[in-house]
Design a protein around this ligand. Structure first.
Ligand SMILES: Nc1nc2c(ncn2[C@@H]2O[C@H](COP(=O)(O)OP(=O)(O)O)[C@@H](O)[C@H]2O)c(=O)[nH]1
Ligand SMILES: *[C@@H]1O[C@H](CO)[C@@H](O)[C@H](O)[C@H]1NC(C)=O
Ligand SMILES: *[C@@H]1O[C@H](CO)[C@@H](O)[C@H](O)[C@H]1NC(C)=O
Ligand SMILES: [Mg+2]
Length: 404
């Protein structure tokens, strides 16, 4: 008899121990920081709802989610003044998620400490999802604008049949974006109109951001203030050669412009960057305009406006496929003093397919970079950055020969 009693007692103890363990597991895991938000839903749904748990066990679920809600944004930790500046992004509704990635890169590496505004422009109205997803990622004020029709359409002097024939020809020759109408509107808009938009009137400096870009290093200073304090008008990270077939007559148009408007050509300009023969021909070098930090006053200057109007009248945005990168770059090289163009070496940047990673090990350490220096495009054959250094009379930075 005592033996059976003993077995019963042991069975009872084991069962009790097991039950306590299960209860303990349920309660401790419900207090874990990654508790799903639905568990907090005391109002319940008609689905098989999990048991309502005491609120005190759960903590404040909202404070554990990211991004934070609007009232709980991280404070601007960088003290001091700000420049009169904004980020600017041209995007479609379909760019929402690729753009979200870009914004996290910019915010995490820079803007969460500076909270600059961000202007978004589109030729179609932005939808609610775009505005909702984007607004919660930007630490500054977001502004969403519609592009006026005149800035995103064929001007009346363009011969539609001729433009269509060009697109068909470029399609057959497989020229990138050669058959696209919208890409041409985009290039013309970025060349001549974005800075005219009413949402940009209240700013002096812009930083252009495209969907699906990356930053590889901390930007622990304010590049806008840097521009202002050092009298810079145009800043870049990557430079390269343009596809010749997209701009067959661009340079001859620029030469005619220079002859008609000699007053706009700056003394001490950087013709050397864009021409190997003192302006006779264009060497196709340009700053890659998907990244730009620039002065809006430069783009709003009489020189730039006369220049864009002249190019637009010539029709090359539609009869060829002029890109905004060579258009901006030629202007920066000719209408600015060469010291007014800044190479942002310490802003490490990627836009498919090129990477800019700081050449110097000290910079990669200082700015906590995550890029492989071997991927740095600067000193490779298709980059124009070596040429930019020569034009400035700068020696190449230490270590460049390991990145060629
Ligand atoms: N609203 C709008 N934005 C466009 C359109 N086409 C291009 N973009 C934007 O213009 C920029 C350049 O376009 P993208 O496709 O990245 O060209 P790529 O970088 O030259 O290959 C990006 O910011 C795009 O979101 C368009 O038709 N409408
Ligand atoms: C809570 O339940 C209500 C009613 O079923 C539902 O509308 C709401 O989306 C739920 N909230 C969460 C966070 O699950
Ligand atoms: C910023 O620049 C714009 C354009 O030049 C100007 O109209 C505006 O008053 C400036 N804002 C501030 C706060 O200085
Ligand atoms: Mg792009």
């Amino acid at each position: 008899m005592p033996a059976t009693a003993n077995i019963r007692t042991i069975r009872f103890i084991l069962l009790a121990f097991f039950s306590i363990a299960v209860c303990y597991k349920i309660f401790t895991s419900s207090a874990a920081p990654y508790t799903p938000a639905e568990l907090n839903n005391v109002s319940g749904g008609d689905k098989a709802a999990p048991p309502a748990l005491p609120k005190t066990e759960l903590g404040n679920v909202n404070s554990q989610t990211t991004p934070n809600d609007q009232q709980k944004l991280r404070p601007a930790v960088a003290p001091g003044k700000r420049a009169n500046a904004t980020f600017i992004t041209l995007a479609r509704n379909s760019d929402t998620w690729e753009l979200a990635k870009s914004i996290r890169h910019i915010e995490d590496r820079f803007n969460h400490k500076y909270n600059y505004d961000w202007v978004f422009l589109n030729d179609q109205p932005f939808d609610d999802q775009f505005k909702k997803v984007i607004t919660r990622l930007v630490s500054g004020t977001t502004k969403f604008g519609l592009i006026p029709k005149e800035h995103w359409s064929f001007p009346e002097w363009i011969d539609q049949d001729k433009a269509a024939a060009v697109r068909e020809d470029m399609r057959q020759r497989k020229i990138i974006y050669g058959d696209s109408v919208s890409y041409r509107h985009m290039c013309r808009f970025e060349s001549g109109f974005f800075f005219e938009h009413e949402l940009l009137q209240q700013y002096e400096y812009y930083w252009r951001v495209e969907p699906d870009i990356k930053l590889f290093c901390d930007v622990d200073y304010d590049p806008f203030l840097y521009m202002q304090e050092n009298k810079k008008k145009y800043g870049f990270t990557l430079s390269l050669y343009e596809y010749k077939d997209t701009i067959p007559t661009l340079w001859q148009t620029v030469r005619k412009f220079m002859a008609e408007f000699p007053q706009h050509i700056a003394e001490g300009n950087n013709m050397q960057f864009i021409s190997n023969d003192e302006g006779h021909t264009y060497n196709l070098c340009h700053f890659w305009s998907n990244f730009e930090i620039g002065s809006l006053s430069f783009l709003r200057s009489q020189a730039y406006r006369d220049y864009f109007k002249y190019l637009d009248k010539a029709g090359g945005f539609f009869y060829e496929r002029w890109g905004d990168a060579p258009v901006h770059s030629i202007a920066a090289a000719l209408f600015l003093k060469k010291e007014e163009v800044h190479f942002f070496d310490n802003i490490a940047y990627w836009h498919v397919p090129f990477t800019h990673c700081p050449t110097r090990e000290e910079d990669r350490e200082k700015y906590k970079c995550m890029c492989n220096p071997k991927d740095n495009f600067d000193w490779k054959g298709y980059s124009c950055t070596a040429r930019f250094f020569e034009s400035m009379g700068w020696p190449k930075p230490a270590g460049y020969e390991y990145q060629m």
